[in-house]
Design a protein. Structure first.
Length: 505
């Protein structure tokens, strides 16, 4: 490989290389499982909650420490002020006139707390004020009585209380000045409190809470991981089942345990698989049957065309046979299209229909199908929500079916009647009837029953399927039973019944 430069731009020549495309966000991004997301959200909420509890507890404890310290400072200064105002010198029995004596007598009678200092400060000419105190050991690095600079600042401060922050530790203080009227104070009573140990105890409680919270988070993590895995196990099974599903294998089902939402999801998924399995099975059967039914006339047409000679009579017979087969293929295709439309919600368009008039119209149209003893048995005098064209199509199909299985002169009765909340439109023939083993299959697509007269019909086996689809489109069904005296009766049982005309109800 060589490198050349043209107009200041380097150019590399050599074997061509291929650079893989950068991964897109969809392909490069790793998925985070629901179990991990649930655990992360739970840990986030638990961490915030426990940290808030710990911080709030620490804040409350520090506030209690402050309140207790302020209470002690107020109490001690109040006692000194009351002693200064009402107390007397035990030696003379008279009020105190000397600040030094006042501070000494008062401090001899006090018992300070462990972290508390009671000090009397008496001013002098320059330098740090002289102090009066009881011997009292303090567990602090640098107590006030050993810090002349701190005593000077407190004595010189115009405030009666405050906080002195030092590298050796914080001091909370309060003071009561002592002096003669009209002159600068020459002495002061000081109460000092060292809050380090109290604050250390609060911090110890805070660290203990944080430790307990950490342990609680660890326990929560383990328990949540196990519980989330147990709860989401059916979801993982659903995902695995969905990934394993193929058009050839829809038999896998998810075991259902319990009565919670996950169990309901598994039941719903199993129900969906049942419907898909039935739909795919019906589709495969339908495609196989349709291919078989259409392949036969195509084979017949091709065979006759291949052997057709030049004889005019033979050509005319071949054309007739081919035309018949093409007509049969056309009828099959039209029936298939009709059955495909039956899956659409607008397959039927109901409207108010006078059932008596509709029954009479069907009777008139059916009479042209064959030379039979046609009878209009009965009519239902009521109005119903029906699709008249689809109902007529179904009834004519049933009449055609009756004609195929009866002979000239046999009786075919057409009628309608109301039975409670249902409406029945029926066609009853006097033929040989339907074999019991055929009653379950004749309404399926491309299924023909055993010929009722010993011969098979010429149809493709879609007529009764169309009748069933029309009945179900009206939220009804087709019922088959034997005709009294012999024959078969096919009835559309519909849930489209309205009150009879003139009925006040």
């Amino acid at each position: 490989m060589t490198t050349t430069t043209t107009a200041g731009t380097p150019r590399t020549t050599g074997p061509a290389t291929t650079t893989a495309p950068a991964p897109t966000p969809e392909t490069g991004r790793r998925r985070v499982s629901a179990r991990v997301r649930i655990l992360l959200w739970l840990l986030l909420v638990m961490t915030v909650a426990l940290a808030s509890v710990a911080m709030t507890t620490r804040s409350f404890l520090l506030r209690d420490v402050d309140n207790r310290i302020n209470g002690l400072l107020t109490q001690e200064t109040g006692e000194f002020a009351n002693f200064e105002e009402r107390g007397g010198d035990p030696q003379t029995g008279r009020p105190f006139t000397d600040a030094d004596r006042l501070l000494t007598v008062f401090l001899e009678r006090q018992y300070p707390d462990t972290d508390q200092e009671l000090i009397g400060l008496v001013g002098g000419a320059g330098g740090a004020p002289r102090q009066i105190r009881q011997p009292h050991p303090l567990p602090v690095a640098l107590p006030l009585h050993r810090d002349p600079g701190a005593r000077r600042l407190i004595f010189a401060s115009p405030d009666s209380s405050g906080v002195l922050r030092r590298p050796q530790g914080e001091i909370r203080w309060a003071k009561v000045t002592v002096g003669r009227p009209g002159r600068e104070p020459d002495a002061a009573f000081v109460v000092a409190f060292h809050p380090e140990r109290e604050q250390a105890r609060v911090n110890t409680v805070f660290r203990t809470l944080l430790g307990i919270s950490g342990v609680a988070l660890l326990l929560t993590t383990g328990i949540a991981w196990a519980v989330a895995g147990r709860i989401l196990r059916p979801v993982r099974v659903v995902r695995a089942a969905a990934s394993d599903l193929t058009e050839q294998d829809l038999t896998r089902r998810i075991p259902v345990h319990g009565h919670d939402d996950i169990a309901a999801l598994a039941e719903t998924f199993n129900g969906m698989l049942d419907r898909l399995e039935r739909a795919f099975a019906a589709q495969r059967e339908f495609v196989d049957d349709a291919g078989h039914e259409l392949r036969t006339p195509i084979t017949i047409v091709r065979g006759h065309l291949e052997v057709m000679g030049d004889d005019p009579a033979e050509r005319e017979e071949t054309v007739r046979l081919v035309t018949d087969e093409l007509d049969r293929m056309s009828r099959i295709v039209e029936d298939l299209l009709l059955l495909a439309k039956a899956e659409r919600p607008d397959f039927v368009t109901p409207e108010p229909v006078q059932v008596a008039e509709l029954t009479a119209d069907v009777y008139v149209k059916a009479r042209t199908l064959g030379t039979r003893d046609w009878q209009l048995a009965e009519v239902a005098d009521l109005e119903a929500e029906l699709d008249p064209q689809r109902i007529t199509q179904a009834m004519v199909q049933l009449a055609q079916n009756a004609v195929q299985h009866t002979t000239t002169g046999q009786t075919i009765r057409i009628g309608s009647r109301a039975e409670g909340p249902h409406l029945q439109l029926y066609v009853a023939d006097s033929g040989p009837g339907v074999q019991p083993q055929d009653a379950e299959v004749i309404f399926e697509r491309f299924r023909r029953g055993t010929a009722r007269r010993g011969t098979r019909g010429s149809g493709a086996g879609l007529g009764l399927s169309i009748v069933k689809a029309i009945a179900e489109g009206h939220r009804g069904r087709v019922r088959l039973h034997a005709t009294p005296g012999g024959g078969a009766t096919f009835a559309l049982v519909l849930h489209a019944h309205r009150a009879p005309e003139g009925d006040p109800t």
